[in-house]
Design a protein around this ligand. Sequence first.
Ligand SMILES: [Cu+2]
Length: 173
Amino acid sequence: MLRLRLAVPIFAFVLSTMAVALPSITSAADGATGVIIHDGGDPTTWGYTPASTTIAAGQTVTWTNSGAFAHDAAATDGSWKTPLLDAGASGTVTFANPGTYTYICTPHPWMLGTIVVTAAVSAAAPVPAAPVDPPVSVAPPVPSTPDVLAPAASDPTATQPADDTAPPADPGN
Ligand SMILES: [Cu+2]
């Protein structure tokens, strides 16, 4: 019994530590969440490396401008874009919905890239049942339910007098 009581908080602590460490492990392991923007030389060779990046829904892509000119990454369907990134700057976009997104550089639209977002694989992250076209579909906040506490307050066993401790009725009253 004592072991179990000790093990639960330790397990919870390990879980919380893993939750913090996991994102950096993921990005380091697959190397797929970083895109380098490059320019220099013939402008027709400017672009994104890798040109196609595959991530899972909910993950974030970081574009880093290694070139000398300002660039961005802007979805051709207009659904997302990074800020215009000066040389050395980075910008991130988090992709909630699966899909294939082609993108360009706004000032240099011949620069092309693709982000492929697959269905989320992590069981830890709650995922909507299906991707929805409107980008924002926020469920109304669920109010806290005070009803949850009501049954405990009216616990029938708490109101029953215990026979062995109840004083006898006073007939002389
Ligand atoms: Cu550009």
